[in-house]
Design a protein around this ligand. Structure first.
Ligand SMILES: Cc1cc2nc3c(=O)[nH]c(=O)nc-3n(C[C@H](O)[C@H](O)[C@H](O)COP(=O)(O)OP(=O)(O)OC[C@H]3O[C@@H](n4cnc5c(N)ncnc54)[C@H](O)[C@@H]3O)c2cc1C
Length: 490
């Protein structure tokens, strides 16, 4: 079996070597001709088309250790797939040994301690489903099919961020297999430097096998959903968004978006494909107070659709799933914003009018609250001045349409990035975002992250990520490598 080494060379491992190693694994080892290979190697973004040499579908920590040790013994390139949702396709590399964590989806909840232990292959919905049995929730993201580990390692935002900060701010500990094939615990008490690095520094330091989430009282019943109006109402609706968001309590998160109306059953058929403006609201506090808080949205103008109502938190967490199917072609550009300015709203309207695909959108997420109250170095997720997130999100079906959709996204981004804090969300970076964008995302944390990297992975074994490495220690040109020591944003 041919594979790629860390130096980029090709190596033939030989059948006997692979067979002996396969016998040491509990989970399946899949070669390119085996059933399941296509499913493992493909990720959410249909633009990503890479072929690992083989895929180990790990069934436990011992499998992960066996894989890392085997890779080290043969100097193999490694990649790790959680939920496979990373838009840049960081989970998959040509010629690598891929650790596919998707069979490790156990969740154990300790309601009295308000802790959930999640295995690293969990999707967000797995954790919500188990924690909501106890009226508890972890701070997770907006789409239930995203992997918890990639989301958490990059920071993590969702409907609970305003109340409790980044997902990475709400972690009690992680279990990690290090570059030398050892299982270690990372928490405030044990290997605190590693624990700090993992809460925003991505997959740079090891293979995470489990995460302990701090839980909060949420739901099960809450108020949330979407109201949509014709795009012609956008100036008034975005002004409503701007003013409501500024005074909204932390329990209420508001998201505004403009896009062609999706073919959703709650929108009348004649509107499908027609430009709309919409406001998404999620209030996780007392439902009676929540209904009062969202009343100005429900009573505004003449909506063409309204599904903002009492529902369960689990329903809310999967409300948007159908809009983001696996396999479409996706390209995003994002910026953190300090505020919503009327001039930005004008730009949102202008660029939304030029959208090239029925699936694309310009989105404003509200984040302000708990994350702004923590110190910049609390975790590398940082960006404590971020109060909103702008995402210019293109999605389309055919490769022939790549150029026009990417051009639209980049034009809108170039025109709107002057509203940015200067920071961006590392988990939303695309394949073509280079080292300067990783620097913009990690800011002043980079130097300290490089120290953690130098201690825990000096040979840069874990490099198929937003790679951080001390200058001169090598690494692959793709994905983007940040050589610490160059000029950076502080
Ligand atoms: C439709 C969609 C919606 C999203 N919504 C949100 C949202 O609401 N909030 C938010 O914060 N983000 C969101 N994201 C971004 C998301 O957080 C990132 O894409 C994240 O990387 C996804 O994690 P994953 O495990 O699915 O990714 P993968 O693609 O599997 O992995 C991403 C990176 O994490 C590494 N990694 C994964 N598992 C491990 C592990 N066990 N050990 C070490 N490294 C590992 C991989 O090697 C890779 O470098 C969304 C993305 C998509 C596509």
């Amino acid at each position: 079996m041919k594979a790629r080494t860390l130096d980029g060379a090709e190596i033939d491992l030989g059948k006997d070597v692979v067979a002996a190693w396969k016998a040491r694994l509990r989970g399946p080892l899949i070669a390119p001709d085996d059933p399941g290979y296509e499913d493992s190697r493909t990720v959410w973004n249909g633009m990503i088309d890479r072929r690992p040499a083989m895929v180990a579908r790990c069934l436990g920590v011992a499998d992960v250790i066996a894989c890392v040790r085997f890779a080290r013994e043969h100097n193999l390139l490694l990649c790790v797939k959680g939920g496979g949702h990373n838009i840049a396709g960081l989970a998959v590399a040509d010629g690598a040994l891929m650790l596919d964590m998707s069979l490790m989806r156990g969740v154990w909840v300790e309601p009295n301690r308000r802790v959930a232990h999640a295995q690293a292959g969990c999707l967000l919905g797995d954790v919500d489903r188990e924690t909501q049995l106890h009226g508890l929730a972890a701070v997770l993201g907006f789409i239930s099919l995203t992997g918890v580990t990639g989301l958490t390692l990059g920071g993590g935002i969702g409907y609970l961020t305003r109340r409790w900060g980044w997902t990475a701010d709400n972690i009690l500990g992680m279990d990690v297999v290090t570059a030398d094939g050892r299982l270690v615990r990372a928490s405030g008490d044990e290997n605190a430097d590693l624990f700090w690095g993992l809460r925003g520094g991505g997959g740079n330091f090891g293979v995470v096998t489990g995460i302990d989430y701090e839980l909060h009282r949420v739901g099960p019943e809450m108020v949330g959903g979407v109201v949509a109006w014709p795009a012609s109402e956008a100036p008034k609706v975005l002004e409503l968004y701007r003013t409501l968001a500024e005074k909204a309590p932390p329990e209420l998160t508001l998201v505004a978006l403009m896009r062609p109306a999706p073919a959703a059953p709650w929108l009348p058929g004649e509107w499908h494909g027609t430009p709309i403006v919409a406001m998404l609201a999620c209030h996780t506090g007392n439902p009676d107070e929540a209904e009062k808080a969202v009343a100005p949205i429900k009573s505004f103008g003449k909506p063409i659709g309204d599904i903002l109502m009492r529902r369960t938190y689990v329903q809310m967490q999967s409300l948007l799933d159908a809009t983001q199917p696996k396999g479409r072609r996706y390209y995003w550009k994002s910026e953190y914003l300090p505020r919503i300015e009327p001039a930005l709203c004008e730009k949102v309207i202008e660029h939304a009018a030029k959208i090239r695909s029925p699936h694309s959108a310009v989105i404003l997420f509200q984040l302000a609250g708990a994350l702004n109250e923590l110190g910049e170095d609390h975790s590398p997720a940082g960006n404590r001045d971020a109060r909103y997130l702008l995402n210019i999100a293109s999605a389309w079906e055919r490769p022939d349409d790549d150029a026009s959709n990417i051009a639209w996204t980049r034009q809108a981004w170039n025109d709107m990035k002057r509203f940015s804090t200067g920071g961006t969300y590392i988990n939303f970076l695309t394949e073509d975002d280079g080292a300067e964008r990783t620097e913009a995302a990690l800011g002043g944390a980079l130097q300290r992250l490089a120290q953690v990297k130098a201690r825990w992975d000096p040979q840069n074994v874990f490099r198929t990520n937003r790679n951080i490495t001390p200058a001169g220690s090598g690494g692959l040109p793709k994905p983007p490598l940040v050589e610490v020591g160059a000029a950076r944003r502080t």
